[in-house]
Design a protein around this ligand. Structure first.
Ligand code: HAM
Length: 444
């Protein structure tokens, strides 16, 4: 029997070189939100179970079947966060952010946990980049939020997705529609589990993918045909503003989301290259959630974009976000020059050049093999003789060309030959993503 340890089932890991694309995706998605004035929040990865029961809804699959719930040592019931919205609202209420300037605009990124059956694109630890904007029901805010997601995907070069949009009405118009739909469903030939689903939330039956159910749903009443005047005007406003900003969408009146808090504008980004797990992101308004969690009667809107699925979408479209090479420079110090290598590497790094060096004693042949494997486009060889003459040999790995460069001009020389678009893209640089996060390389 093997005693090799492995990561828990259904949890993806991202290692170099793919992890560089992973970081670049998070940056690219976050950048439009930062540019629109959203502030970053870092929130707990687990919360009181009650938050999700009240916030997300007991009848949802997420809450009823997929939560990682445990008792802490004090006997409190805690749950690994399955989604981000409820936690953000809890935090806004707790820290009274809603008493200041409105709307409150926040963004977050990180892991979420759902005990789902794992498959490609469906994981038990998933990552989302999300935004929440609380305290305004202006359709312009809906257009801004939807536009931020669309801009993020587009900045990655993605084109094979569509934005599906609908309105789920409000507490004025939805109950009457819900009753109408319940009556309609009662007249259909449905199996027992589907009837039970209809009882808990009839709207979710509209999402049934089975052909025999779909066929029966053709004449189902649609929420969009039963919006109250306010909701209809709001939805028209959102569509007009999206048209104006050039964000393409399709209306999908059957769009149903897996969480209970949605009202009015609701949307999903669907990618065609991913098979069954095609939802790369989704969100909407949640006009009753603040009050449900004990806060003021304030409306809000947000989204969660699946970072794992966005990476799969990039791969499906042959896109590799992030720097084209893992390094800019590889330093090969030989003999006595080894004593100078850490300082030299430090100078190159201080100039923003991603620099690694050869460690340990090697002959030139072995050293150049290491240099080649490093993936750096430029290799700097410094031997004892170079040191004496005050120069280093700089080799371009692409052309094979080698030039002698004075040591005191080395940083300037390398800085000029390394293309600026390949500069480091580091998530940890600051809360504000780097300026070059949209640099994309077509995969060779
Ligand atoms: P959600 O639709 O449940 O919404 O999740 C958002 C996105 O997270 C999905 O579109 C998908 O890309 C990704 N995702 C969800 N589950 C998995 C999984 N098991 N494996 C991989 N990716 C997954 C929410 O969570 C809402 N909180 C979004 C929101 C924010 N609505 C308003 N504000």
């Amino acid at each position: 029997m093997s005693n090799t340890l492995a990561a828990p089932k259904g949890i993806p890991e991202y290692l170099p070189p793919v992890s560089a694309a992973w970081l670049a995706i998070k940056e690219a998605l976050a950048r439009p939100a930062v540019l629109a004035g959203f502030g970053y929040v870092e929130l707990p990865v687990f919360e009181e179970t009650e938050l999700y029961v009240r916030g997300v809804g007991e009848s949802t699959d997420v809450v009823s079947k997929e939560m990682y719930t445990f008792a802490d040592r004090g006997g409190r019931s805690l749950t690994l966060r399955p989604e981000g919205t409820a936690g953000v609202i809890r935090s806004v209420i707790e820290h009274r952010l809603d008493r200041g300037q409105l709307p409150v605009k926040l963004w977050y990124v990180g892991p979420f946990f759902r005990a789902e059956r794992p498959q490609q694109g469906r994981y038990r630890q998933l990552q989302q980049f999300g935004v929440e904007a609380i305290g305004s029901d202006d359709p312009a805010l809906d257009a801004e939020v939807v536009g931020i997601a669309d801009d993020g995907y587009r900045s990655l070069g993605l084109t094979g997705y569509r934005l599906e949009l609908t309105s789920l009405g409000c507490r004025e118009c939805r109950p009457a529609y819900r009753a109408l739909l319940t009556d309609f469903l009662a007249g259909l030939d449905l199996d027992q589990p589907t009837r039970e689903r209809a009882r808990l939330n009839p709207l979710r039956v509209l999402d049934d993918k089975r052909p025999e159910v779909r066929a029966q749903l053709q004449d189902a009443p649609l929420m969009l045909d039963h919006l109250c005047a306010d909701c209809a005007a709001h939805f028209a406003g959102v569509r007009e503003l999206l048209d104006q900003r050039g964000t393409a969408y399709v209306i999908n009146p059957l769009l149903v989301r897996g969480l209970d808090y949605y009202t009015r504008t609701t949307f999903e980004f669907v990618h065609d290259g991913l098979g069954a797990q095609s939802g790369i992101g989704g969100g909407g308004r949640y006009d009753g959630l603040m009050a449900e969690l004990g806060g003021q009667e304030l409306s809000g809107i947000g989204f969660g974009l699946g970072v794992d699925r966005t990476l799969l979408a990039c791969e499906a479209e042959g896109l590799m976000p992030g720097p084209a090479t893992p390094l800019d420079v590889y330093l090969v110090p030989l003999g006595a020059a080894r004593a100078h290598a850490p300082r030299l590497a430090g100078e190159l790094r201080a100039a923003g050049l991603r620099t690694d060096q050869l460690f340990g004693e090697r002959g030139l042949k072995g050293a150049m093999k290491q240099a080649d494997r490093s993936g750096a486009p430029y290799v700097v060889v410094v031997g004892e003789r170079d040191l004496a003459s005050g120069a280093a040999q700089v080799k371009s790995m692409a052309s094979g060309e080698q030039v002698a460069v004075p040591l005191d001009g080395l940083v300037g020389y390398l800085d000029s030959v390394v293309r600026t678009t390949d500069s480091p893209v580091l998530w940890t640089d600051s809360a504000v993503p780097g300026t070059d996060s949209t640099s994309l390389k077509e995969q060779q």
